[in-house]
Structures are given as structure tokens and as C-alpha cells.
Design a protein. Structure first.
Length: 366
């Protein structure tokens, strides 16, 4: 099939052994420099003018993350800087990006920092000059793959991974799938759930596994009649209730969340590799509160900010010195074989075709 062939070509350069995707950006922008004397705050360094940030008195974040987590994250920032009133807007990636572009076209600058879980939109916004370049003193602790080229336009704030989940009350460890290919066993027919391709993670699962497993694998997977849902909450809820036995492309942060509530769950990281996508943050050009935006980014990218994110949203930090969420039982990024697109531009270019084919394969609405 043409779609399958296109994906395989786009992924031929993926680094299967580790976390080292190349990001094509092609922007003729200058390399910004760190300020001469970063100011030492409690737990982090900043180049922001703290007094001006507090005088601005406000900060607005646009994000795709769940509302409850956003409230907790911003509350942690506000606790340290009570003079800065925080607010947020939460929408799905496509709707959020459309809102941002519409506001900019209308010369209505309302947002200070944007977070989007879609690298294609991030790169497009950078090309459009939508980000203001600011090199945080905390950026040096992030791997190069997690930062824009040149640095300062955006940074990965977290990483989301996908594997296989099951309920051990309904599936024994001996019978549970250990690799992606095991999901084709006839015993799992009508017992698997997935997401429709409306998220960066689900698209990533398909995109990154296709050149490894081949188009025939996904044709056969469609014959298993998986049920497709919009939310990981629905997926894990059905697993806990016994309506389904397996989640294919299960979001690891969702597993951590449900497991912490006492849900009977087990998670498998197939040896083939674990698809992963980032959530990316950047300061918006002509932000209404530029100093508060800089201060937030410095705080957020620091260990205390990244730990606040892990606690609020149960997401893994790209910073190697920040422990994973969920305690000692949670697997750190360093122990995972992560799969990521070698070319994010190619990943996003073919998204509509991939989404259409994925939804056809899984039979959306079954």
C-alpha cells in the first residue's frame, strides 16, 4: 500500500538503539547567548528580571495537557511566586494551534508560553517566527535532541511513551503478550483497545512500528477487531472493568496514574522498542508578560519545575537528573529502548494519510 511505503521510507534513519532523533528545522535564525550573570534562585538559576516579572503580575500558559495537571503545575509555580497570577487555556493540539494562529493574525497577543504535544506544529510555529528566543540557564542540562536549533526557541518539557498494558486479574503473566507481534495471536481477537489517531502518541506508535513490523502486520492487526477510543482514561477504565484484555500503544503515564489508584494493571515494554513523543514548550513572540514567561521557563526547566511536572502530570522529564514519576517502581527513560522519528517534518507531513489509514484498520467506532 502507498501509505505503508511512505512511512517506511520516512523512518529509515530512526535510531533504534536509543534516544537520538535528528530534528530538521531549516530556520536562518541566530544563536542566542546566555546572560552574563544568571541569578541564583531557590532551586534554579534565571536570566529573567524577577522584579519586572512580579510587577507584570500575570502569566498565561496554553497547553494540551489535562486540566487537573495544569492546575497543580501552575499552583507549584505560584507558590514560589505569589505575586504572579497564573492562568491557562487547555485544548486539543489542533484546536489550540488554530487558536494561537487566529489570535496572532488578529494582533491579539494573549499567551506567554505554549505547550503542544505535536512537533509538526511546533516546527511550523518556529518557521512562522512565533517563538521568542530565550536561552534559559537550565537548558544546558537537557540533551541536544530536546532543544531547538538554534537553542532558545523551544525545549521538550516531557516525554510520553507507549507499550502494552493488561489486567493481571484477567490475563496471566505467562499468557500476556511480550512483544508487538504477540498481539496477532487469535486469542486476543475482540479483546484489544487502541486510540484513534487523534494524538501525537498514537500516531507515533503506528509511524515508528510500521518500518519494523511491516504493513502486513497492521493488516492482520486490523483483523483482530480492536476497539478505538479517544482517551487513555477510557482505555484503562475498560481494562480495569474487564471489558477489554489488552491495550496496544498504552500510554505509560496513564498506567502510572491508574496503578497509583490501586488498579490491577501490568505494563510491558516490548524488546522491539517503545514509541515515544515529546511535549514541547516555548515562549511566544510578543508575549504580554515576557519577564514572567522567562521566569516560568527557568523554573519549569529546573529540577524543581520538572519534579512538579512529574507529580502533576506523571510524565517523564528529559533531564537525566530528575527521577521518573510514580516512585521507585517506575521505569526511567535510561532503561527504555525509545523509538522516535528521525525526521519530524516527514512525520507530520503525512499525518492526515496515516490517521485515515489507521482509523480504517482499527475500525473506528467498533
Amino acid at each position: 500500500m502507498k501509505v505503508f511505503a511512505a512511512v517506511a521510507t520516512a523512518l529509515c534513519a530512526v535510531s533504534w538503539a536509543g534516544w537520538s532523533p535528528a530534528v530538521a528545522q531549516n530556520q536562518p535564525q541566530n544563536q542566542a547567548k546566555l546572560c552574563d550573570k544568571p541569578r541564583q534562585m531557590e532551586g534554579f538559576k534565571t536570566c529573567a528580571n524577577v522584579e519586572k516579572a512580579e510587577a507584570e503580575g500575570a502569566f498565561t500558559l496554553y497547553s494540551t495537557d489535562p486540566e487537573q495537571g495544569q492546575v497543580k503545575l501552575l499552583a507549584a509555580f505560584n507558590k514560589m511566586f505569589p505575586k504572579i497570577k497564573t492562568s491557562y487555556v487547555r485544548l486539543q493540539a489542533g484546536a489550540l494551534y488554530a487558536k494561537i494562529l487566529s489570535e496572532r493574525q488578529a494582533k491579539s497577543f494573549l499567551v506567554d508560553v505554549v505547550q503542544i504535544s505535536d512537533m509538526g506544529m511546533i516546527l511550523d510555529f518556529q518557521r512562522k517566527g512565533g517563538f521568542r528566543q530565550y536561552v534559559s540557564p537550565e537548558m544546558e542540562f537537557f540533551p541536544k535532541e530536546a532543544k531547538s536549533k538554534p537553542e532558545g526557541f523551544w525545549t521538550w518539557g516531557s516525554v510520553i511513551m507507549a507499550g502494552i498494558a493488561y489486567n493481571p486479574n484477567n490475563v496471566s503473566a505467562a499468557d500476556a503478550p511480550k512483544k508487538w507481534e504477540d498481539l496477532l495471536d487469535p486469542k486476543w481477537k475482540d479483546a484489544i483497545n487502541v486510540k484513534v489517531s487523534n494524538s501525537g502518541l498514537q500516531h507515533g506508535v503506528w509511524y515508528m512500528l510500521l518500518p519494523i513490523l511491516g504493513g502486513e502486520y497492521f493488516k492482520k492487526f486490523g483483523d483482530q477487531k480492536p476497539r478505538a477510543f479517544d482517551s487513555y482514561v477510557q482505555q484503562y477504565g475498560r481494562l480495569v472493568d474487564g471489558q477489554d484484555k489488552i491495550i496496544m500503544g498504552a500510554q505509560y503515564s496513564g498506567y502510572i496514574e491508574f496503578k497509583a489508584k490501586g488498579a490491577p494493571l501490568a505494563f510491558v515494554f516490548p524488546d522491539t522498542g517503545v514509541p515515544a513523543v515529546p511535549e514541547t514548550y516555548g515562549i511566544v513572540d510578543q508575549a504580554p508578560h515576557p519577564n514572567a514567561a522567562e521566569l516560568f521557563m527557568d523554573w519549569f526547566l529546573s529540577p524543581i519545575g520538572q519534579k512538579a511536572l512529574a507529580e502533576a502530570l506523571l510524565l517523564h522529564s528529559p533531564r537525566p537528573d530528575v527521577p521518573p514519576p510514580g516512585g521507585s517502581d517506575t521505569v526511567p527513560l535510561s532503561k527504555m529502548k525509545l523509538l522516535s522519528p528521525a525526521d519530524w517534518e516527514a512525520f507530520e507531513k503525512d499525518r492526515p494519510a496515516f490517521a485515515k489509514e489507521w482509523n480504517r484498520i482499527v475500525g473506528t467506532g467498533r
